[in-house]
Design a binder for this molecule. Sequence first.
Ligand code: FPP
Length: 481
Amino acid sequence: MEIVTLDPHGMCSGVRSAIAKAMSHGGAYCLHQLVHNEIVLGELLALGSVFVDDIEKVPDGATVIFPAHGVTPEVRGRAAAKRLSVVDGTCPFVARAHRAARRFSDAGLPVVVLGDPSHTEVQGILGEIADRRAPRPGEKIGVVSQTTMNADEVAAEVARLREKFDVAGVAGICTATKERQDAVREFDGDAILVLGSRNSANTRRLCEVARCPAYIASNMDDVVKLREEMERYGKVGVTSGASTPERFFESAVGCLRRIPQHVAIIMDGNGRWAQSRGRPRGFGHAAGAGTLMRALGWLGDRGIRYVTVYAFSTENWKRPESEVSGLMGLFSTMLKSKASELVGNQVRLRVAGRRGDLPRPLRDAIADVERRTASFERQLIVCLNYGGRAEIVDAANAAIARGEPVTEETFRRLLYVPDVPDPDLVIRTGGERRTSNFLLWESAYAEYHFTDTLWPDFSERDLDEALGDYSSRDRRKGGLS
Ligand code: FPP
């Protein structure tokens, strides 16, 4: 199966700006769905945002976010009467359609509105029209369409209207939506996968304009379920609706190409590598640190979003003091010297483990790099003073302190990096075939790849071998394939 990513796809600038506004007011009231995308709404819910379907349900004086699809003038008036602090997420194209409807209406023209009458955007446009009378034959009219409509359908409808009326102006179609539809229409493959929620009008429209079978996937579960069906086709195009987050797009493409989104590595064999060269073990750790930086580049080039490495276990304190202090010094030096490389490559550093027991200078260096890289999406999770059992015990104690019974889902949220998805692939170098207390909870369904290569020698070729091995696995996760 050849996967072709269609361009342009995904979020338009209007949606991006609405989401940025809503995220920066996390916890505020959102009138209706900010955008029709379940992933975005889930993130806002996690920030404490409250969704209401009626402006009257927002307490007086509170902050309310208007959706990207816009609101009626009546709702704006009610928000002002309630002294609400309004954050307007209305997309500029929707606002333009509103202004056009108002202009036609103010000029005394009957306005024909094309679109789904139950959609909030169309209700907002209708709200701008003072006199909603039906036009008489031959009369001058204005036409406004829902911004996400199929441009060809609008053109055909306008041609029909011209046969009966004098069409003075047409407004509505959003160019970003049209460009995404054009890319789908021009795709000459065997099937198209459209990523987005089923209640998103522009997502459904992308399916309608396709010249080959088209499928919708709203989340990663859908993608995994559809993957086998997609594999029946030779050339599959992937696109996404205007409110679909890009990271879902990347994860879905990775899944279709059978690339893991999260790779975890047990970097074993530094000591033996050094000893075989007659050098101290610390020499091997320093070489291993270099390999890690190179591997990060290769993993990034292959679209792998999360990388977790086992750098120091809760059991490693048992090593000679000189090796332990050498490692602590190496971690501090690496963090300081590679911080700008991580920033330049837009990689977020996170440390998982009992960091309270680490030396103070190292803790300070970690806090500094974590802060400088906090906004990046790609992530490097370094397990330091980490043990899988310790992590589970720490989470269990946090649950006891809360005094609430846990489920697998709520327990997962108490682990060190709760928002990072479980690893898909765990690579262990250095010839041993055991898990050594690494990610015990998170790797329940991970695939394992073992290689005899010692970590300092791990090459791009070794990585591709591991990814090839992973792509051949049938990941049933307890179900039947
Ligand atoms: C296991 O090999 C390796 C470690 C305990 C240390 C890993 C650390 C690095 C690669 C440095 C990474 C740097 C940062 C900043 C994260 P081993 O010593 O057990 O090797 P052996 O099995 O041959 O003795």
